[in-house]
Structure formats: C-alpha cells, structure tokens
Design a protein around this ligand. Structure first.
Ligand code: 4H7
Length: 247
C-alpha cells in the first residue's frame, strides 16, 4: 500500500514507525512519503497561506504550492493514485471504506491546515473527501494518520498471526466480545465459567452471543444495518432474556 501525504508537518508522520505500522513499513508492505507544500513556494518568504477573499477570520491555503506538491506526489506514485482530502465535510470513514481504499493500492492524502484549502484546488485535484468523525482537528494530519493505520491493519501479512483483522471489533459488523486474562479473580470479579472450561464450541457460541448483545446495547445503529440469520437471532434473544432476568 502506497500513501503520498501532502502536509506542512511531515515530522508528524514519524509516529508511523511505531508498532504495527512500523513493522509494515520495515516489511515494505506499506510506504508513506510526505510532500511539504512549503518546498513548492515561489515567494521569498515561502508563504503557503493568504487572507480569505470576502474577509473573515483566519487564513486559507493557497492553491499553487498544494497543486505542485500533489503533482510531485503523482509523479512518484507507483500507479495512478486516488487523491483524498480529509475534512469534516467528507463522508464518514469506516471499516468498509478502509477495505475499499486498500483495493486502490495507491493513495494521496491532503492534510489541510489554517481555515482550509482554496476551493479551486479541491475541485481540480481531489477525487474523494473523507471525514474521520464529527469533530474539528487543527489539521488533517491526525485524520490522515488514523486512515493509514486503519488501512494498514487490513494489508495481508501486516498483523502477526496471533492477531487477525478478521477478529477485530467491527470487521464482522459487530462489536467485540468481552475479554479476560489472568488472574482468574480480580477484586472479587471472576472470569465467566464458560471461558475456564475449555469447551471451544461453547466458547465460540458465548462470544458470538456477547458480540450480538453488546452491539444491541451499545450500537443498535450497527445492528439494524445487518441481516441476522436465525442462529444469530436466537443468540440475541437469549442474551436479551439473560439481561432481563438479571434485573
Ligand atoms: C479541511 C478543511 C479532518 C481540513 C478545514 C480535518 C477534522 C477532520 C481541515 C480544516 C480537520 C475530520 C482546519 C478546519 C483547522 C478547522 C480550525 C483540518 N478536522 N480545518 N480549522 N473530522 N481539520 O476528519
């Protein structure tokens, strides 16, 4: 997976050298190259922003240094890239969108600063606009980092075999079941018996029931989008019944 990032703060991307993304970079499953629009300025004070036409607070990113940076990234890309702008106005990113992105193999991310980017640059260069959630960041970099991290987890071979993207929360459309490790009893709270008995069929059944139940309790919006089969519906009924009994 190849990412070209257009950013005034390339140093922020060194965080990708940690953990799972660090290992993916080392194994060359992932490549992230940054382009700084400041390197593409023509004016003597190397400005990349200017005041908004029509007045108002803050500054706007000028189109020319950004366009030159995007063109340089396109030149370096191993194949035709998709250009993405990260913005609160984009469509909300999710696990499915990450799968679709992975298939595209080659992505240029534009991380905005100041009050945003000149609209003409967006119109000329951007293919897709994505948001990482309904909140405002000081710049698009943290959104870009999240997008790179989410997508890297889906690259075959990027996770250790002890850890599988298929078992992640949300990869099936459901939330993850509760997890426990040693000790068996902590502050008087015991690990559920089913997990201690070693019956793997029962454990799988319990985990699926918990996943369905938790999604029903915490994220019913996810559940209504799914088509549950009769086995899953029966497990969810069982969870709801047990839940009602405990009151
Ligand atoms: C584009 C336009 C992404 C990008 C404006 C980016 C949230 C997300 C940015 C802005 C982002 C997200 C610049 C507007 C900073 C607000 C104070 C960068 N914020 N910003 N201004 N949800 N910010 O994905």
């Amino acid at each position: 997976m190849w990412f070209g990032v257009i950013t005034l703060f390339p140093a922020m991307f060194s965080i990708l050298e940690q953990g799972i993304t660090g290992r993916a970079l080392k194994k060359a499953l992932l490549n992230v190259t940054c382009w700084d629009p400041r390197e593409f300025t023509h004016n003597k004070h190397r400005g990349v922003d200017d005041r908004p036409y029509g007045g108002g607070p803050g500054m706007v990113m000028m189109p020319q240094p950004l366009q030159d940076a995007v063109h340089a990234a396109k030149q370096a890309a191993p194949r035709t890239p998709v250009v993405i702008h990260l913005s609160p106005q984009g469509k909300c990113f999710n696990q499915q969108a990450a799968q679709d992105l992975l298939a595209k193999e080659c992505i240029i991310l534009i991380a905005g600063r100041y009050e945003g980017i000149d609209e003409r640059l967006l119109r000329l260069e951007v293919d897709e606009e994505w948001s990482m959630g309904d909140y405002v960041l000081s710049g698009g970099e943290i959104a870009a980092l999240a997008m790179i991290d989410v997508t890297t987890r889906l690259i075959p071979g990027a996770l250790g075999h002890e850890d599988s993207a298929a078992l992640d929360s949300l990869s099936s459309g459901l939330l993850k079941y509760p997890q426990y490790t040693r000790p068996e009893s902590f502050q008087g709270l015991k690990v559920p018996d089913v997990l201690m008995d070693g019956n793997h069929k029962e454990i799988d059944r319990w985990r699926l029931k918990q996943s369905l139940g938790r999604t029903w309790l915490k994220r019913p919006d996810l559940l209504v989008k799914m088509n549950l089969d009769t086995h899953q519906l029966n497990l969810l009924r069982e969870f709801i019944q047990e839940q009602t009994l405990s009151y």
